[in-house]
Design a protein. Structure first.
Length: 387
């Protein structure tokens, strides 16, 4: 028996759920930059079984898909190893579902799966939704009891670790708990948002802030997810930072950090990290044009953060930003160095940093001039108020 036959025999001994979990885990390791011999062949076989379209993005089977439906708009594709405030990695859903079915609520999960399959076969979507909602409530109650003590929490963490080596899977369970708890409120908040926000101007910022304030009063722990729903509407992800900078009395990092939605800065940095991972994958697959567009977006985000937050270099945000940009610079340098020095590379072009052009520098000076006037006015108002 050759290696391929042995591999096929081994995979067939696993349950379908275990094979799906294995596929998600192998993809997670690949996205983290960990090369495993033979991984490509295993992934190809498993994708042929679970994803008829050959997709590299995990999709849950029907019963779990209905259960995880409230999370759909908050899911991201990619490695779950870096911070994702307000979002949940799609690759952790399979191990979480297996943990629910085997350890958390095995009997109820079996009943749920049968009931869902019966109603799907009967083409009864209303009953499917009802069954899924009921099971969500049951899982939520069990999770609340599980996390009520440190001992049971650590036991649950250990059980989940049997299905994935991801360090963030358990955090995604906690996030899932928060989303299910605020499910109806998040859904209503999402419905009231504009379909798209092409220009996140002062008026739009004020409107969204008012809706966030109302949401925060009843569901403070779910605010990051509400912010993620807002981010989905924005033309560019860095614009989310305006929810913090607009509310601050000045552009200093300390003032921005004191605003209610200062967490958006970390969320923008999360998205910058997403682009770093996407850039690495694009370069690995020689997709230079995709890499160019990603790099342009990355430079624009870096510039926006530095322009809108004074002193960012000296705070935690700036440290993380510099670490990300250093990692991105290393990727670009490695790619450019593959070519002779006398051959220009598109990723080495200064045009990608539009703010380094004459027009960009003039815009920067205009920003600084306007900010000086606004900061002076703010200081004067404080002085008048103090007297």
């Amino acid at each position: 028996m050759n290696d391929i036959d042995q591999l096929s025999e081994f995979l067939q001994k696993l349950t379908p759920l275990s094979r799906s979990c294995l596929l998600s885990e192998l993809e997670r390791l690949e996205l983290c930059g960990i090369d495993m011999p033979g991984s490509a062949e295993i992934q190809a076989k498993l994708r042929a079984e679970f994803r008829k379209d050959g997709s590299t993005q995990a999709r849950a089977t029907n019963p779990s898909r209905y259960f995880f439906a409230p999370l759909e708009l908050l899911l991201i594709d990619g490695a779950p190893e870096h911070a994702n405030a307000g979002r949940i990695s799609r690759n952790t859903l399979t191990p979480i579902w297996e943990w629910i079915c085997r350890d958390l609520l095995p009997t109820m999960a079996r009943d749920y799966i049968k009931a869902i399959n019966d109603q799907v076969t009967a083409n009864n979507p209303k009953e499917v939704l009802k069954i899924a909602t009921t099971f969500q409530v049951k899982v939520l109650k069990v999770l609340e009891n599980t996390f009520a003590s440190a001992e049971s929490t650590e036991l649950a963490r250990g059980k989940l670790a049997q299905y994935t080596a991801s360090r963030t899977a358990f955090n995604d369970v906690k996030k899932m708990q928060q989303v299910l708890r605020a499910g109806d409120a998040l859904s209503k908040f999402n419905e009231k948002l504009p379909a798209t926000i092409a220009k996140f101007d002062d008026g739009q910022v004020a409107q969204i802030t008012a809706r966030l304030d109302a949401f925060r009063k009843a569901h403070a722990e779910a605010v990051p997810f509400a912010l993620t729903l807002v981010a989905r509407r924005l033309k560019t992800s860095w614009q989310l930072v305006r929810l913090a900078t607009k509310a601050a009395p000045s552009k200093s990092a300390a003032d921005v950090a004191a605003t209610p939605y200062a967490g958006v800065v970390h969320m923008v940095l999360d998205r910058l990290d997403d682009k770093r991972l996407a850039l690495r994958i694009a370069l690995r697959n020689n997709r230079v044009l995709i890499a160019r567009d990603l790099l342009t977006d990355i430079y624009d985000t870096e510039y926006a953060l530095k322009v809108r937050i004074d002193g960012i270099e000296q705070c935690e945000w700036g440290v993380r930003l510099q670490q990300l940009m250093d990692a991105i610079a290393a990727l670009v340098s490695a790619e450019v160095s593959r070519f002779p020095a006398n051959v220009g590379h598109i990723l080495g072009s200064r045009r990608l940093r539009s703010h380094d052009t004459l027009g960009g520098k003039l815009s920067y000076l205009a920003w600084k001039g306007r900010d000086a006037v606004q900061d002076g006015a703010a200081a004067l108002r404080k002085l008048i108020g103090a007297t």
